[in-house]
Design a protein around this ligand. Structure first.
Ligand code: ZN
Length: 462
């Protein structure tokens, strides 16, 4: 690679091109092509998300892409929140449509009129569904693969409950799924309750998962929202409770996207290129033969491939490239493990295993299956520790506005919760308010006005 990771923006663009994750040459800004290698990775990420949701009683659905204008405008606050970002379909063939159709920016409005048909009584609750679909937003800011795009690979879960309290419990369950998901993707993050002026349009409140990127900026990688009965009153989603009384449901959502992929690339990669967490690596192990191998080599190689067949394993037997070239190539592509097989290995009946995170060892072929399992676990621990250490190194707590301004990362300060004080901090430091840190119960004097405040984070963000 030409760029070092410390020049994050250039490094990020270069690795996406080199590793062939995404092709950015499509003729519409912010709509990119998922290349085979990148698509395999995002599908593996989808798999991790599906597993976390399916095991908790969610069912996958797929709703239509288009939303009629009148159905959108009913929920005014929500509509206003997205109005500037909507793409519209206005014609069918040569004729203008009677009702204009929006490409979904998210699917509340597509789903909720149907929820009112699905939900009749308390027996239908809780309703827990999700879909993994493309959503569309007319981004006008600088677009960047996986970070800010106009066609988004999007995950959205929607639930409906009998009471506000049940919906609150659902938010806690989302949190547990995110612990599972991030534990497989090995990304570290913090949780913030977004300030009221920055919550999701139509939500009572929003909680966001924020990941720090190598340039010190923060990327919002997930959100959960408490809707209460805001949407159910608009779309008439009612149920009959056990006493026979009609009530509105309380709803929540959970949104994730390809930004998870961006965080993986950013938090794990290094000067040599990508490093994939084993769980989602398109290729987990690459086997590189070092010629000349001589007699019996194909039996030896196929024996090793057979042992590794439970993994996504690739034999790189291209004969027009040197082993050294192949090493660099697969390192750049982030393959977690490389197995080298030369004459020495064949004669000694062992393989040489090399970790993308550093270190090499010899493993007897007969122990390979068990040792590989151990190595996968160790690599997960290494990557998790690295991303936590990185996040820690980019976070400070401070009571000095100048320090908050000068620190390249996330600054946590006591903040009274007022917009005025948040604005003052932003003006002085260039960092905006991510919100109060979830789970922190300490209090202290607001860095601006001195009134009692809670711990909140300020950062530049994508
Ligand atoms: Zn204040």
């Amino acid at each position: 690679m030409e760029n070092k990771k410390e020049n994050f923006s250039e490094w990020y663009s270069e690795i996406i091109d080199l590793a062939e994750l995404s092709d950015r040459r499509y003729s519409i800004k912010g709509m990119n092509i998922w290349m085979p290698y990148g698509l395999k990775a995002i599908h593996a990420i989808d798999g991790v998300i599906r597993k976390a949701l399916d095991s908790r009683g969610f069912s996958e659905v797929s709703f239509p892409l288009l939303i009629p204008r009148n159905q959108l405008e009913v929920e005014f606050e929500h509509f206003k929140g997205f109005e500037d970002q909507l793409f519209w379909v206005t014609r069918g063939g040569k004729d203008p449509l009677d009702v204009e159709l929006a490409l979904r920016p998210t699917s509340e409005v597509a789903m909720y009129p149907i929820f009112s048909l699905w939900i009749r009584s308390h027996a239908n609750l809780p309703l827990k569904i999700y879909q993994i679909v493309n959503t569309y937003r007319h981004e006008t800011k600088h677009t960047r693969p996986f970070i800010r795009v106009r066609e988004i690979h999007f995950f959205e879960a929607h639930t409906a409950h009998e009471s506000y309290e049940d919906a609150e419990k659902q938010l806690e369950e989302y949190d547990r799924t995110f612990v599972d998901i991030s534990g497989k993707l090995l990304i570290s993050y913090s949780r913030h309750r977004r300030p009221d002026w920055d919550k999701f349009p139509g939500a009572r409140y929003s909680i966001a998962y924020d990941a720090i990127m190598p340039d010190g900026r923060v990327l919002q990688i997930g959100t959960i929202h408490q809707y209460g009965d805001n949407f159910s009153r608009t779309y008439g989603i009612e149920f009959t409770d056990e006493e026979g009384e009609r009530k509105f449901v309380h709803q929540t959502t959970y949104g994730l996207s390809e930004r998870l992929f961006a965080a993986i690339i950013a938090q794990h990669g290094d000067d040599k290129g990508l490093i994939f967490p084993p769980e989602i690596a398109p290729v987990q192990v690459v086997v590189v033969p070092i010629p000349p191998l001589g007699k019996g080599s194909s039996d030896f190689l196929s024996g090793v491939m057979e042992i590794l067949s439970t993994y996504r394993v690739k034999l790189d037997d291209r004969d027009n490239y040197t082993p050294g070239y192949k090493y660099n190539d697969w390192e750049m592509r982030g393959v977690p493990f490389r197995i080298e097989i030369g004459m020495k290995e064949m004669q000694g009946n062992f393989v040489t295993l090399s970790r993308r995170t550093g270190g090499k060892r010899k493993i007897p072929v007969k122990n390979l299956r068990g040792e590989m399992e151990e190595e996968m676990k160790l690599m997960e621990e290494t990557l998790m520790r690295r991303s936590r250490d990185f996040t820690e190194s980019r976070t400070i707590s401070s009571n000095s506005m100048d320090q908050v301004r000068d620190f390249n990362g996330v600054a946590t300060v006591y903040w009274c919760g007022s917009k005025d004080c948040a604005d003052r901090i932003e003006e002085h430091t260039g960092k905006s308010c991510l919100g109060e840190i979830m789970g922190d119960t300490t209090t202290g004097a607001c860095i601006v006005c001195g009134k009692e405040g809670r711990l909140a984070s300020f950062a530049r963000s994508f």
